[in-house]
Design a protein around this ligand. Sequence first.
Ligand SMILES: C[S@@+](CC[C@H](N)C(=O)[O-])C[C@H]1O[C@@H](n2cnc3c(N)ncnc32)[C@H](O)[C@@H]1O
Length: 295
Amino acid sequence: MGSPSALVQQLLAWRAQALQAAQAAGIPPQEVELLLRERLGWGSLERLLGRPPTLQGDPLAEVEELWRRRLTERIPLQYLLGRVEWAGLSLRVTPAVLIPRPETELLVEQASLWLQSNLLPPGSPFADLGTGSGAIAIALAQGHPQLQLLAVDVSPEALAVAAANVADYHLQERVKLLQGSWFAPLDPWRGRLRGLVSNPPYIPTGELAYLMPEVRLHEPRQALDGGEDGLVHLRLLIQKAPDYLAPNSFWAVEVMQGQAPWVAEQLQARGGYQQIQVHRDLAGIERVVSAHFVG
Ligand SMILES: C[S@@+](CC[C@H](N)C(=O)[O-])C[C@H]1O[C@@H](n2cnc3c(N)ncnc32)[C@H](O)[C@@H]1O
């Protein structure tokens, strides 16, 4: 490695070229900055102050290799870095779990609003179905100490990632990870859940082939595939939840564009659900449907 200023010149040249490559490949330029910051501790502030990265060896080699894989294999940067920042949390992610999306924060926000106006006793059971990385369960456990989170996933590999995240936040006592399909592991809590949230797979099978390569090639199909009409899992969450929810509890799911009116209708038809509401995300898309289950 040469002098610090030579290294900075080298990094600046690499950055300029990577930014061009990102633009050509339709990748957000912020990813170049994120990669440099995460791997070399070299963000815009350090650049402004003329500070070189402090790493030993050849700091550019790893960054170059990760960037090559990002461009040629279309692997999401979050998988390459093994982390994502989401809802104020820093979470581990691997290709066994869906990368938590910004719009999913809306589900946590709506649950939090309900919890603020419906005071629950300590240890109240609240389920996150299809927990993946554990993102939603961890965010709710952190924000609401009265909750006992039951985080269910069918994938043992996903639950291993969730377990590491739960441990990072020292929440092992309050987030219970359960392996199984939807309500199957929740029998001990039948009729007792004070809330249920889920971001289930909701993409119609036929549309999976048209997703961007980052999603199509690298995210778990099991996290995306909502069956022929995309509604297979949502249907089950609407129909079965009343067997597991206590009177006066919360129910909410994330949906894809166009599904919210159908979900609202089904809730109405099923009965027991009131205050059925559709919430739009920052892009204006109807993204979350919530309801108060009266029993
Ligand atoms: C869209 S991802 C959501 C992950 C995470 N909750 C989030 O919002 O980032 C859906 C999750 O549902 C899980 N899943 C799929 N089928 C399931 C089933 N039958 N029972 C339980 N979980 C299931 C997948 O493994 C995946 O982790």
